[in-house]
Design a protein around this ligand. Structure first.
Ligand code: SF4
Ligand code: SF4
Length: 335
């Protein structure tokens, strides 16, 4: 489902913008990393070790960059963006600078309350992406936030009841949550929200504990097939393309070769305004000097943003877009 901030007639406008940006080789998706600070304690990411003094180096506005790129989608991410008390001001500034742009927020959800969600929704967030890798206590342990899973479920239900309809779970596929993937999708369907999957990589801080390559590739293929089967019956809940999901086992078996095209369709802009080609590469130039990236010989991840960027336009993707245009009920049923 797409946010009710937009109407069905916006879809052809977005498609026209997609064609225009693609023809000019400009990014479709720009991530604003508004802070690298974080109050979680994930074992697979070191952002939470960022000193609080880094606050002084964070831009007070991303509006100029939003206006210059005017992409299809802008994502506020981090670190944990909700640590910024001025996040609503940042969102409003970006919203006004780039109007035909879908604005999303990635959060661990630990500080998300209904009043904060409402004020961000009113400021212009079209979609809340809340990290959720397990439905049980393992999620709280992995993120280092006691009670996190229950809090997410309560807050999401309250947001849906308040009419906030742009919500997704961001779920990382790891070697120890394969049996959780379909239940997470079913819970999302019950809540009337979506799920976006991405494959784990150890490229962030070298933590190999959750890597699948050396482990259950067959089990992953089976889990992915279950997701595809769910998707065929209930389009509009799982938001990944069929292409991305179906190529995950190929990547894990080392069968996906070729250069990585990161930094062309999607870019990341740091809290201080510097561009990098993907979340885990070093900073390069100031966003004002961005001239695009050449493909790079790197195969360190198969994040959704990498896989989706190379997905061909298949008929199934058209069905996805049409399904996303339909408003999902607050209590979609799963049979
Ligand atoms: S993965 Fe997300 S929630 Fe965890 S430390 Fe990194 S930024 Fe924070
Ligand atoms: S494969 Fe691409 S997106 Fe992934 S870490 Fe390497 S350069 Fe970045």
């Amino acid at each position: 489902m797409i946010s009710s901030h937009f109407k069905p007639y916006h879809i052809p406008l977005f498609l026209a913008k997609y064609a225009w940006l693609t023809a000019r080789r400009r990014p479709l998706l720009v991530h604003f990393e508004v802070t690298m600070r974080c109050n979680a304690k994930c074992g697979f990411c070191d952002y939470w070790k960022t000193p609080s003094s880094e606050r002084d180096n964070e831009l007070k506005s991303f509006a100029d960059a939003a206006k210059a790129f005017s992409p299809m989608m802008i994502t506020f991410t981090g670190g944990e963006p909700l640590l910024r008390k001025d996040l609503e001001d940042l969102v409003r500034g970006v919203r006004e600078a780039s109007r035909l742009t879908y604005v999303t927020l990635i959060t661990h959800g630990g500080m998300l309350t209904l009043p904060r969600a409402q004020s961000l929704w009113d400021a212009g967030i079209d979609q809340f992406n809340i990290s959720l890798d397990y439905l049980d206590g393992r999620h709280d342990t992995a993120r280092g936030i006691p009670g996190l899973t229950n809090k997410i479920m309560t807050t999401v239900a309250a947001m849906r009841a308040a009419g906030i309809d742009g919500i997704r779970f961001n779920t990382v596929i790891k070697n120890d949550n394969l049996e959780q993937l379909v239940p997470i999708v079913e819970r999302a369907a019950e809540l009337g929200i979506g799920v976006n999957f991405s494959l784990y990589t150890d490229f962030k801080n070298g933590n190999k504990a959750y890597v699948i390559q050396d482990g259950p590739v067959d089990a992953t293929e089976k889990a992915v097939k279950s997701l595809m089967a769910f998707k065929r019956k209930h389009r509009g809940v799982i938001t990944n393309s069929d292409y991305y999901l179906s190529t995950i086992p190929q990547y894990l078996r080392g069968e996906l070769k070729g250069l990585c095209d990161s930094g062309t369709k999607t870019i990341h802009i740091s809290p201080g305004g510097m561009v990098k080609r993907c979340p885990d590469f070093p900073l390069d130039t100031h966003w004002k000097d961005y001239k695009g990236y050449a493909p790079v010989d790197c195969n360190a991840c198969y994040y959704a943003c990498r896989g989706e960027a190379q997905a061909p336009l298949q008929a199934s993707r058209v069905f996805d877009v049409l399904a996303l245009g339909r408003r999902a009920p607050a209590t979609a049923t799963v049979d």
